[in-house]
Design a protein around this ligand. Structure first.
Ligand SMILES: Nc1ncnc2c1ncn2[C@@H]1O[C@H](COP(=O)(O)OP(=O)(O)OP(=O)(O)O)[C@@H](O)[C@H]1O
Ligand SMILES: [Mg+2]
Length: 224
């Protein structure tokens, strides 16, 4: 049994309305622990949808999804949120940061719902910013940071709970080539520490640096 297993995953948005979209059509995918996987494909092909399902941000409308033998298609939202918090670090497309807040406050967010003391949260957030090399920007507002710096804040936020699975949707989307390579190197280091990393990318050069390239088109896997 694989670490991450998707069997015939289907996803429809706005079911039974005029606006229904069939975003994923029977996607089956097996990912082993410690793999570095890239997902590529045209705009609108379902890449973000797939990553959101893997990341327990959204649920499938059909098929079976398992992490470490646990069937996530059968559990309630509370359990799903728990798995998301414990196991998964998600770097959203366009970062998903609160621009008017400082870096350290953004990185703290995933722990604000835990019972951790505020002082401990801030210490942990600072250490995580250090891990991605931008602790000197801790007290700067995100809207004063460059794209590459923002991406590091987003990665730090995904790392604060020390997740075993890291998902990143276009982590280099708006970055120049040098900054993109820095970000990919950072993700590779996290992978070398044993974490499973799955990224969506349009950048072929970056995709080729991964263990696997999964191509998706019209909501279906076209090959590897
Ligand atoms: N929340 C939503 N409600 C309705 N339709 C959606 C929603 N999210 C995505 N879709 C639709 O599902 C399909 C797949 O979208 P998705 O965002 O997964 O594509 P993508 O491959 O990530 O594209 P891009 O490269 O532009 O980010 C598209 O037709 C999109 O319009
Ligand atoms: Mg997308």
């Amino acid at each position: 049994m694989s670490y991450i297993s998707l069997e015939q995953i289907d996803k429809k948005y706005n079911i039974n309305t005029a606006a229904e979209v069939h975003a994923l059509r029977g996607v089956s995918l097996e990912i082993n622990k410690g793999q570095f996987v890239s997902i590529v494909g045209p705009s609108g092909s379902g890449k973000s949808t797939l990553l959101h399902i893997i990341g327990c941000i959204d649920t499938a409308t059909g098929g079976r999804y398992m992490i470490q033998d646990k069937d996530l298609s059968q559990i309630n939202n509370k359990e799903l949120a728990e798995i998301r918090n414990k196991k998964i670090g998600f770097v959203l497309q366009e970062f998903g940061l609160i621009l008017n807040n400082t870096s350290i406050d953004n990185v703290s967010i995933p722990l604000m719902f835990s019972k951790t003391k505020l002082k401990d949260i801030k210490n942990k957030a600072y250490d995580t910013l250090k891990k991605v090399g931008i602790e000197d920007l801790a007290y700067k507002k995100v809207n004063q940071l460059s794209g590459g710096q923002r991406q590091r804040v987003a990665i730090a936020r995904a790392l604060i709970n020390d997740p075993q699975i890291i998902l990143a949707d276009e982590p280099t989307g708006s970055l120049d080539q040098n900054t993109s390579m820095d970000i990919i190197k950072l993700l590779m280091e996290l992978n070398e520490d044993g974490r499973t990393v799955i990224i969506v990318t349009h950048n072929i050069e970056i995709a080729q640096m991964c263990d696997r390239i999964v191509t998706i088109k019209d909501g279906m896997i076209m090959g590897e």
